[in-house]
Design a protein around this ligand. Structure first.
Ligand code: 13P
Ligand code: SF4
Length: 402
């Protein structure tokens, strides 16, 4: 990833940033007044971010969007805050947003209200004349961070040493860095999302005898076992923090699916006990979960599917029905609001937002749009061309899945 050059922000000099808050490097980062170019967590917002208490934010966002007209297209993932979704030209799951990014060549700027890997994919799929902006560079994904390109290259060497790399096809979840998507393209694999993981695995197993699925072990396991009818024993877990992944060459040779030891910290909170508890709390409830939850949670639930699937299921549900949803809270709340004739509850008892999705808020959106109006492109996401070329092959393979 490269970040577009930006003018250095003016840092407050005094020891107090605001009453009671000292200007430590971390405080400055979190307030968007300092950057750390070596890290995705670096946040650099030249000029002042509007205060979240500014009562004119909605008006300012509307005015900036109107001033930019067709030059800007805002994509919004289903996990975004309501205040941001309001300004999205299209909302969707990561698959639909990737399709939309590829289908808008007329927009000069694509503002991605989502997380970093989604914006990278939009940059890869959009034209060279287009610029993709992520309103807050700290909007990463803890799951994507669980697989670095160096670790994945080492894993491939382990597969080579076991004599199985030639017949292994990598299937990488959209939630991965551009470098890993590039690796996937170089090795003849495909990207998948939660809405097409079954087709991706079927395609991969018809082109090779083994799949390396990364970085989400749960999506890989749930799809392999519950959708393809493989057994749990057909899957092995590769731990990038252990020599050889913690597996023997014989284990790698015997497996049909090599799962990467990564997971989503948000969906990882749901347990089979959460399902049992909600069934007691809400009589007759249908439990619907995202496939990033653990295998035993899917087994305890009634239905499983991507964010688009969840939305469609609620749209089709009869009035008076009750639903417990195991996915990110912004989406569950929006569903509850959109279906006042149904009971819609969050699967867990404790609040569970995706903190990185939530980094994109109205002040960052206003700052991004107003900067564009002033002729400044901020927080541009730009994938290096050689990586982008291979990553595009893997993304296009996904878009072409039967
Ligand atoms: P979807 O592909 O269902 O939108 O999910 C993306 C994601 O990050 C889920 O945590
Ligand atoms: Fe990543 Fe999980 Fe957030 Fe999705 S919900 S963006 S997988 S951390």
């Amino acid at each position: 990833m490269t970040i577009s050059p930006q003018s250095a922000p003016t840092l407050p000099t005094g020891p107090e940033l605001m009453p009671g808050v000292t200007a430590t490097p971390l405080a400055l980062l979190l307030l968007g007044r300092q950057s750390d170019p070596a890290s995705e967590r670096g946040v650099d917002c030249p000029g002042e971010l509007p205060a979240s208490s500014d009562p004119t934010l909605v008006e300012r966002a509307r005015a900036a969007k109107a001033a930019l007209g067709d030059r800007v297209f805002v994509l919004g993932h289903h996990y975004q805050r309501d205040e941001v979704i309001e300004f999205a030209d299209v909302t969707g799951d990561s698959f639909r947003l990737a399709q939309q990014a590829a289908a808008r060549p007329e927009a000069e700027f694509i503002v991605f209200a989502g997380v970093h890997f989604m914006a990278e994919s939009a940059d890869i799929l959009s034209g060279d004349h287009q610029k993709v902006l992520l309103p807050d560079l700290a909007a990463g994904c803890s799951m994507a961070d669980m697989a670095s390109i160096e670790q994945v290259e080492r894993c491939w060497e382990d597969l080579q040493a076991a004599g199985v790399a030639d017949t292994t096809v990598p299937v990488s979840y959209m939630n991965s860095s551009a470098a890993i998507k590039g690796f996937t393209g170089r090795h003849g694999g495909t990207i998948c999302t939660s809405s097409n993981a079954k087709r991706a695995l079927q395609w991969a197993l018809s082109s090779g005898t083994k799949v390396l699925f990364l970085p989400d072990q749960h999506l890989g396991r749930n799809t392999a076992v519950l959708e393809l009818g493989l057994s749990l024993e057909d899957c092995v877990l590769y731990d990038p923090h252990k020599p050889g992944g913690g597996l023997t060459p014989e284990q790698l040779q015997a497996a049909t699916v090599v799962l990467w030891k990564g997971h989503c910290s948000v969906h990882g909170r749901f347990t089979a006990q959460s399902v049992a508890d909600v069934r007691e709390r809400v009589p007759g409830v249908t439990v619907l979960v995202h496939p990033e939850v653990r295998h035993e949670v899917v087994l305890a639930a009634d239905l499983v599917g991507s964010t688009e699937y969840i939305i469609r299921a609620l749209d089709a549900a009869p009035a008076g029905s009750s639903w417990a949803i195991g996915t990110e809270l912004n989406l569950v709340r929006r569903l509850a609001k959109a279906h006042p004739d149904k009971t819609v509850v969050f699967l867990d008892k404790t609040v569970c937002f995706c903190s990185t999705m939530n980094r994109i808020d109205l002040p960052h959106l206003v700052w991004t749009l107003e900067s564009l109006v002033q002729g400044r492109v901020v927080n541009q996401i730009s994938v290096e061309p050689e990586t982008a070329r291979h990553a595009k092959a893997a993304l296009e393979q996904m878009l072409a899945l039967p």
